[in-house]
Ligand binder design. Structure first.
Ligand code: ADP
Ligand code: MG
Length: 301
């Protein structure tokens, strides 16, 4: 197969591993810098250009769209979809996962366990939002944050109020969440590929840190997850329509709760912690599923 990967940095561990795994199985994989792709939105013959040339016909596109380039990246991905290229994850599904509020609303609709989460626009409702979420301690987070940046733990209602006001003053959207204290600065990431959990790790934050992100100094180890956690991860992937994703859960007193679903999960942490060839499993999934034009939405919606 001819595969194109949209990625800004071809030398990232995840990107190198996917290329290696594809080539080891006899496929061709080209990496294109998402931001250097440009397109011709002509009717009935969508095309993508790169470095002065029209890109050849690919069978599969692997989107690795960084959070900071979501808008442009999804436009390029939609263009590939309109050309009939099979996307590892569809643009619509990635769009759902990038917005924490939108994804939580979809997960809630399907009855998936979530931390109590509140959202409001009007600053006059700050008090109500705090009490709806159960009062301090509370977690305040940016709707489109990533790598733990923009996630704040407020110990008292007073500090929660100032954090909310500060974020609001900066003109960004936030949600307010019950703090799952019993998780103890630890979360679980389950890697779902093609409707199955193929690897799971537990991440623990550095000392004195409630955020377990590896980018914030957290450490990872392989774990066995419970059948309930497995089912929650698989259902979350299905609800958002993602073929490949990392489902992040906390172990709460009332069972697993989903914090977010990542549509471009990093491979380094999980492969090193578990010894599982995640890149190989992703390519095998593509081999089993990829068919030209077989996207549900073809970039619609
Ligand atoms: P990001 O997209 O920046 O990774 P997350 O929502 O995943 O944001 O939060 C980052 C980390 O903060 C999580 O991995 C988890 O360790 C911790 N965290 C987030 N929300 C909560 C919560 N409601 N209760 C306890 N810990 C949380
Ligand atoms: Mg996270």
């Amino acid at each position: 197969m001819k595969i194109v990967m949209m990625a800004r940095n071809p030398n990232l561990y995840s990107h190198l591993r996917l290329k290696e795994a594809a080539e080891a199985r006899g496929h061709e994989l080209d990496i294109v810098n998402t931001l250097r792709c440009y397109m011709n939105i002509a009717s009935r013959r969508p095309e993508v250009y790169y470095n002065g040339e029209k890109l050849p016909k690919y069978d599969v596109v692997i989107p690795r769209i960084g959070a900071s380039v979501t808008f442009y990246g999804l436009a390029v991905l939609r263009q590939f979809e309109m050309m009939g290229v099979y996307p590892l994850n569809e643009s619509v599904a990635i769009g759902r996962s990038r917005d924490k509020l939108r994804s939580m609303q979809l997960l809630a609709r399907d009855g998936i366990g979530l931390p109590v989460t509140t959202f409001a626009h009007d600053p006059k409702q700050t008090e109500e939002v705090l009490s709806l979420a159960g009062g301090a301690p509370l977690v305040v987070k940016l709707l489109e944050g990533t790598q733990g940046i923009g996630v704040v733990l407020a110990d008292s209602d007073r500090s929660a109020k100032s954090v909310i006001e500060a974020f609001r003053g900066a003109g960004v959207n936030i949600l307010v969440q019950e703090f799952i204290k019993e998780a103890g600065g630890t979360d679980i990431r389950a890697l779902v590929v093609g409707g199955k959990v193929i690897a799971a790790m537990q991440r623990t934050g550095a000392d004195d840190e409630f955020r377990s992100n590896l980018h914030r100094g957290g450490s990872a180890k392989a774990i066995r997850i419970s059948p309930e956690e497995r089912a929650t991860a698989i259902r979350s992937a299905k609800t958002l329509g993602l073929n490949v994703c990392g489902v992040d859960m906390l172990r709460s007193n009332h069972g697993p709760v989903v914090m977010e679903v990542n549509s471009s999960p990093g491979l380094e942490g999980v492969e090193k912690a578990t010894g599982i060839d995640v890149a190989g499993k992703i390519i095998e999934h593509i081999e089993a599923r990829a068919k030209a034009g077989k996207t549900k939405t073809k970039g619609k919606g």
